[in-house]
Write a protein that binds this ligand. Sequence first.
Ligand code: MSP
Length: 521
Amino acid sequence: MTVSTAPKYYVTTPIYYVNDAPHIGHAYTTLACDVLARFKRLDGFDVKFLTGTDEHGQKVEKSARAAKLDPKEFTDQVSENFRDIALRMGFSNDDFIRTTEERHRIACSAIWERLLKNNEIYLGSYAGWYAVRDEAFYADSEISANSNGANIAPSGAEVEWVEEPSYFFRLSEWQGRLLEYYDNHPDFILPKSRRNEVISFVKAGLQDLSISRTTFHWGVPVPNDKNHIMYVWLDALTNYITAIGFPETKTGEYARYWPADLHMVGKDILRFHAVYWPAFLMAAGLEPPKRVYAHGWWTNEGQKISKSLGNVINPFDLVDRYGLDQVRYFLLREVPFGNDGDFSHRAILQRANGELANDYGNLAQRVLSMIAKNCGARVPKPGQLSEDQDEALIGQSTALLPILRKHMDTQAFNEALEAIWSVVRAANGYVDAQAPWKLREKDPSRMNTVLYILAECIRHLAILTQPFMPEASSNLLDQLGIPATERTFGAITDEKKQLRPGLRLPVPKGVFPRLIDEEIK
Ligand code: MSP
C-alpha cells in the first residue's frame, strides 16, 4: 500500500432531502465544494469530496406515500436525480452517500452505542412541537400563528404537536464545552456574523435533544430498542463519518481524513452542524470538524424561491440555456459568498457577456489568433523584456496563486474571481497599450515578446480558472498546447514549465460565445 504524503483536504456538502427535485440551492452548495475540491487537488492536496442524499425521516416518508411508492423504491428513484445533477454540473465528488445504505446503518448504530456507553443518552418522553418540513423540534416560545391561524416555527414551517416516548441526548450539559470550542477555534464557524448568532444561541442555554422517534418507522433502528428509530438529523449528520469508514477510526480513511476540513452548509441548517454535530461527536469521543461555513440563500428575481410560488430554478435548464461554465462562474461571482443573492436572467447574461465573452474570452481569442496569423502558429520567441511593462504583467500573473490560496481558504470565491479578473483586465490593457498588430512590420521581435508575455499570462489564467470553469479552461490549455501533466499549480511555480518557444499550436477557437437571449431586452 502506498501512503500519500500529500496534505489532505476533506470537504462535504449537506446531503439532500430527496423529496424535492434538485434546484439551484442544491447546485450552489455542491458547486462551492466542487470548486474548493478542484482547487485543492490542483494545489497538490489529497482531496476527499463527499456529497449524497438524506433519505430517511417523516418528510421523505410522506413524499413516498404521496407518490404511492414504498419509501425504499421512492428513494431509489429520486436519489438518481441528484447523481444526474452532479454529472450535469461537472461535480467531481469522490463518493456519493445514501443514508439508506448498509454502511450507514452500521455507522449510525456505532455512534449511538458510543453515546449510550458514555451515558449521553437517556429514555424519556417528548411532548412538544415538530416541523416535518425542517425535521426539527421547536420550543413553545418559538411558535407563532400565521395568517391562516396555523402554528409555525421561526422558519415559517408549520408545526404539529407530538407526544411520544423518546431517547434524549444530554445536550444541556454541552453548553460550556461548545462555547470553549468556539472560543479556541475562532474560524470554526464562518462567516463571522453567523458565528456570533450561534454563540448567542448556545449562550441562551441548551435543552436536551430528542434523538429518537416512535410514531413512524422510516429510519435507522435504534440498536438497543427496536421500537425507536434514530432522529433523522443524528442519522444524517453521521454520513460525514460513514463515508470514511467509521466505526473504524484507527486506520484507513477515517484516520486519514477526519476531522473534516470543511462542512459547507446553507444558513438554514447551521445550528445542526455547528451545535448538535460537534456536541454529538465530542460526546462520542470523536473530534469535531475543523470548519462549518454557512452560505446565503438565493432569491429569484427578488422573490423567495418556493414550489408554491412556482419559481423554482432548475439547474438543468439554466445550464442548457447559458452553458455550464457560465452558470458556475455566475453563481460564485455574483454575490459575496456568505451573503444572500438574487438570481436574474439579466444579471447572468451581463456577466457571461461582459466578463466571460468580452474580458476573458476576447483576450484569449485576440492573442491566439495573432499568434496563429503572425507567428506561423507557433509559440513566439521572446526578446529582451521591459521591466515596467512585460515583467509587470508576468509579475501580476505569478502573484495570483498565493492570493487565491488565501481567498479559497476562507471560502471567498467572489474575491478569488475578482483577483483573477484584475489580471484579465491588466492583460487587456497591455494588449491595447502594446498594440502588437502594429508591430508586425515595424518591430517583429518586439511583437514576439509581447505575444509571448500574453500567452504566458493566459496560461496562468487558464490554469487558475480550472476549478471554476473546467471546460473553458481546459479548452484554452489545449489551445496553448499544454499537456495534461502540466496543468496543476505546480506548473505555475516551476519556471521550467513556461511555454516553450517554437511549440506548434492548434487552430484557435473562441471559448465563451456571446449569448443572445431573445427574452431579455
Ligand atoms: N437534508 C438536510 C441536510 C442534512 S446534512 C447532514 C437538508 N437538505 S435540503 O435538501 O433541504 O437542503 C440542502 C441545502 O440546500 C441546504 O444547505 C440549503 O441551505 C440549500 N438551499 C435550499 N434552498 C436554497 C436557496 N434558495 N438558496 C441557496 N441554498 C439553498 O437540509
